[in-house]
Ligand binder design. Structure first.
Ligand code: HAM
Length: 440
């Protein structure tokens, strides 16, 4: 039989007189979402869900871990994410997993795995959750961040779907009260026109190869389109004069883009054509976009069309388009704009007790309120009735329920109106009904 511990309270004794050498912190680039910020997250997520449902997206959840190849074979070997930002996780034996760096490839994997091509097309899916990239942490760029994403998969290659995924993200950002939003948009062409453009781009940059930064020199050989994405100031003058995608895409791609823009006009969504926008992930074709709020250089949402991605993952040719919002960045923007917490719509009562027996009874009475719309508060750590009353006065509660030794003996409880100070003693068996009457 195991030895029973003696009942002495040893909690307040320090475990070890020596102070711990370690100061534990959250992992690099990952942050806690503290109670004070939860109302912002709740508000954002509620709007996100309602908007997704309004526009006919169905929710999908995929695992946080995926087989490594889901991303290695789809995002592009030369993409920053694959080159240096994946968190690898050892499975048993030969299994190799990664913490998902984004949602699109995972959703496409699920679309194929669950035969969603047999459903009415296109399939509109939305998701929300944490993503992981081993980036160099800085403001607005984390190693664990959260996205809410929208994907329209299957059906035809219709520009209206591009407009619809932009619309979903745009409206959610608007509802988060983010001001002065603009969509940056471009077309990066298709399998037919992109090779010609790439050739022209290489010819252009080859002439100036010596002046390029080290990254651009390397990418000129492996993925020249990424040179348009270079943020290095020494490459900026060359980039400005580089052949424009817009002038080099095929008729099908340019009429696709034209129609997307017409739909954005119809919806009065503000946009600018950005011929240098290429995006960091390789699965895109035709439309690519990023949504910015003024004075914030980081995109709050981004996405584009990926008509070859599902085919590359083993499906028959299936078009797709999507967008994802970076929630952490939006919450920071909401905080900067001092969005205030909503007042709780639920009524509150505060329990005050005197003595151990009353403390036990309060624990039980709280359970009686569980099935009502009334929230309860107590301060079990503070045995002094004066201190409990002070906390009750400071709280948002309308009523204090006071249980002293006499009340325990008489099976009653005092209901005190915290505003007027008026109080009344009622039978404890009737306390829920009596409180409800007063809160009305
Ligand atoms: P992405 O541009 O890599 O695209 O990420 C989408 C959004 O997530 C960005 O616009 C940004 O707001 C946020 N984000 C990205 N990286 C970080 C980070 N390190 N820290 C904080 N926020 C970040 C995608 O992930 C695509 N899957 C989007 C998409 C959906 N394309 C088609 N469908």
């Amino acid at each position: 039989m195991p030895k029973l511990m003696n009942n002495k309270n040893t909690d307040s004794k320090p475990l070890n007189k020596k102070k711990s050498k370690f100061i534990f912190k959250s992992p690099k680039g990952m942050h806690d979402i503290l109670p004070d910020d939860q109302y912002l997250w709740d508000r954002f997520l509620k709007n996100g869900k309602e908007t997704a449902e309004f526009y006919g997206y169905q929710k999908i959840e995929t695992p946080i871990l995926e087989e490594m190849d889901v991303f290695l074979k789809t995002l592009g070997e030369e993409s920053d994410v694959v080159e240096k930002e994946m968190f690898f996780v050892k499975g048993g034996g030969a299994d190799k997993y990664v913490l998902r760096p984004e949602g699109t490839a995972a959703v496409c994997r699920a679309f194929i795995e669950h035969g969603m091509s047999h459903r009415p097309q296109p399939v509109k899916l939305w998701y929300v959750g944490p993503m992981f990239r081993r980036e160099q942490p800085q403001a607005g760029r984390y190693r664990q961040f959260h996205q809410i994403g929208f994907e329209i998969i299957g059906g035809s290659i219709d520009p209206i779907y591009d407009a619809q995924v932009i619309l979903a993200s745009f409206r959610i950002l608007e509802q988060a009260k983010i001001k002065n939003l603009t969509v940056n948009i471009n077309s990066i062409g298709c399998r037919i026109c992109r090779p010609h453009y790439r050739k022209r781009l290489v010819e252009y940059y080859k002439k100036h190869e010596k002046t390029l930064c080290a990254d651009c020199k390397r990418r000129l050989k492996s993925n020249p389109m990424r040179l348009l994405d270079c943020k290095n100031s020494s490459c900026a003058p060359l980039k400005a004069k580089a052949p424009s995608l817009m002038d080099n895409i095929c008729v099908s791609c340019s009429s696709h883009l034209k129609l997307v823009l017409e739909y954005l006009d119809e919806l009065s969504l503000p946009y600018v054509l950005n011929p240098h926008l290429v995006r960091g992930l390789d699965y895109y074709s035709k439309t690519v976009f990023e949504i910015f709020a003024d004075q914030n250089p980081l995109a709050l949402a981004s996405g584009g069309r990926y008509d070859y991605l599902l085919e590359e993952m083993g499906s028959r040719p299936t078009p797709g388009t999507g967008s994802a919002i970076g929630i952490d960045r939006v919450i920071e923007q909401m905080k900067a704009q001092q969005v205030t917490p909503p007042k709780s719509s639920k009524e509150k009562i505060f329990f005050v007790y005197l003595g151990d027996i009353a403390k036990k009874k309060v624990l039980k009475i709280i359970e009686e309120f569980r099935k009502t719309n009334i929230l309860t508060q107590e301060s079990f750590g503070k045995d002094l009735i004066k201190r409990q009353m002070a906390l009750a006065d400071k709280s948002e509660a309308q009523l204090a329920l006071i249980l002293g030794q006499r009340e325990v003996f008489e099976e009653t409880i005092i209901i005190r109106d915290l505003k007027s100070g008026l109080q009344e003693t009622v039978p404890v068996t009737k306390v829920v009904d009596e409180v409800k009457k007063r809160l009305k």
